[in-house]
Design a protein. Structure first.
Length: 207
């Protein structure tokens, strides 16, 4: 039965376009790039025993994190059924098959990760997502997204209103007084060894 979502962006990723994204992104090279990225970021952290990814798709980020944090327990939220099925095959991820906007949890995770997902959230719903990221985290929040100093919408694979750039981390820092910026960096798509998709990442910490 087709589900009704609160935004067209959710339906977009839950449906056929999300299925096509799963097919396009089965690439082990992504795991190598993630290992390089996360090893740098995790060097600024300590004591991570639990982690959750918001919008994990087929789990390429979590596979890299598991290699770096072998003792940690992992959870994920994924709206697309095909991607969620792939996630469950990994075997060590507790998968929540739902929209980020439907997920509710307390401060249960040492690390909360969102990577390449905030850019696809309806801008009016961002405060709700920020609240969920914050309340799920005991200590660290990692945001890795396309950055722009001011909000802007750009076409995405021929679709309008499906990709938005802005200063997501800055908005979270303004929203929550006890968050601090621990580190940040940029990953370039033309890196010779470990390319990423021109992501700017921000590691935030609760104080």
């Amino acid at each position: 039965m087709k589900k009704d979502y609160s935004t067209p962006q959710e339906a977009f990723w839950a449906g056929e376009f999300g299925n096509e994204y799963v097919s396009r992104n089965r690439n082990e090279a992504h795991v190598a790039g993630n290992l390089a990225l996360f090893s740098r970021i995790l060097s600024r952290t300590s004591g991570i025993r639990t982690a959750i990814e918001f919008g994990a798709n087929i789990g390429l980020n979590l596979v890299a994190l598991k290699a770096l944090l072998p003792q940690a327990e992992f959870s994920a939220i994924e709206i697309n059924e095909s991607a969620a099925s792939e996630l469950e095959k990994i075997g060590y991820v507790d998968v929540h098959r739902q929209s980020i906007l439907e997920f509710g949890s307390g401060p249960d995770f040492d690390l909360v990760l969102i990577k390449g997902v905030l850019i696809h959230i309806h801008p009016e719903k961002l405060p709700e997502v920020y609240d969920r990221l914050y309340h799920c985290s005991r200590r660290y929040i990692l945001i890795a997204e396309y950055y722009n100093p001011t909000p802007v919408a750009i076409p995405y694979r021929g679709h309008a209103d499906r990709l938005f750039k802005r200063d997501f981390a800055g908005e979270m820092l303004d929203r929550f007084a006890d968050l601090t910026l621990l580190d940040y960096g940029f990953s370039y798509h033309r890196d010779c060894n470990f390319p990423q998709d021109d992501l700017t990442w921000f590691l935030l910490e609760k104080k």
